[in-house]
Design a protein around this ligand. Structure first.
Ligand SMILES: Nc1ncnc2c1ncn2[C@@H]1O[C@H](COP(=O)(O)OP(=O)(O)OP(=O)(O)O)[C@@H](O)[C@H]1O
Length: 265
């Protein structure tokens, strides 16, 4: 078993009377992919936001490479170093892309911030290549791009800082199924090429079946089941997981087959 790159220990977060995250723990091994599934309101996004640092936990700890990820950091260098630990890709990259910057400019800005003084042109080409964007897309503004292309830009921007962990929050939820398959395949390829770890937040069990090794199932802020993805999907132990699986609107649900079909698209 590889060393853990990310550990969440007993995270809790309440909003008034709502216990959004209630004692959540998990471990992501280096280069691994962990899914967090659950219905809307189960606490997935709050957990992800705590990991990234967009939200503070009331209690509990996040460790990256065994070091506690402090809730607040002071100073530019510390902030940048912290950003290099964990990057996030959101459902709608349009909201997080500057409408005035071309794809190439977005990447150049990010690289300049994190690696000042270097010649960024080769790395920009490499990143564009890695996410399958051509030179025409590189010169385009976000509004000229398709949803799938924008998500590729968001992934390239996140990869530019060479994070240890990429948190993907419903990152393919807004895309058509065929484009979803392309992005999921791309993410699988990137994980094979690098030692990046994924934390994959999704309500879609088919997505979990495709791109994660392990999964935790959340309900009302708590983890109700955890294990290897194939085991959890094929032989769920908790009634809530069974319910989630039963509500997957696909006849003959079979994650292995669906993964193969997505690859074949
Ligand atoms: N900023 C906030 N203020 C108040 N309540 C919040 C806030 N953020 C989340 N909550 C509540 O915490 C609970 C968990 O929400 P969260 O968004 O983490 O769930 P989720 O599983 O990601 O759902 P979704 O997929 O709909 O985003 C919900 O009851 C939600 O209403």
């Amino acid at each position: 078993m590889p060393e853990p790159v990310l550990e969440a220990v007993n995270l809790t977060r309440a909003f008034g009377a709502v216990r959004a995250v209630d004692g959540v723990s998990f471990t992501l091994p280096k280069g691994g992919s962990l899914g967090i599934v659950g219905e809307s309101g189960s606490g997935k996004t709050t957990t992800a936001r705590i990991v990234v640092g967009l939200e503070q936990a009331d209690d509990g700890q996040i460790l990256v490479d065994g070091r506690p990820r402090t809730a607040r950091v002071r100073g530019r260098a510390a902030r940048l170093a912290r950003a290099r630990e964990v990057q996030m890709v959101f459902q709608d990259p349009f909201l997080s892309l500057d409408p005035r910057l071309s794809v190439e400019a977005v990447l150049r800005e990010t690289l300049r911030l994190h690696f000042p003084g270097a010649d960024h042109a080769p790395r920009i080409r490499q990143l564009l290549d890695q996410v399958g964007l051509g030179t025409r897309a590189a010169d385009a503004l976000p509004r000229r791009l398709s949803g799938g292309q924008r998500q590729r830009v968001a992934i390239a921007r996140a990869l530019a800082v060479e994070p240890a962990v990429l948190v993907l929050d419903e990152a393919v939820a807004a895309l058509d199924v065929s484009v979803q398959a392309q992005i999921l395949n791309l993410l699988a390829d990137i994980r094979e090429q690098t030692s990046i770890g994924y934390l994959f937040i999704t309500h879609d069990l088919a997505v979990v079946g495709c791109v994660t090794d392990d999964v935790i199932v959340m309900r009302r802020g708590a983890v109700v089941e955890a294990g290897a993805t194939a085991e959890v999907l094929n032989a769920p132990r908790h009634p809530y997981t069974r319910l989630l699986l039963a509500s997957v609107p696909r006849p003959g649900w079979n994650p292995g087959r669906i993964a193969a079909e997505r690859r074949a698209l």
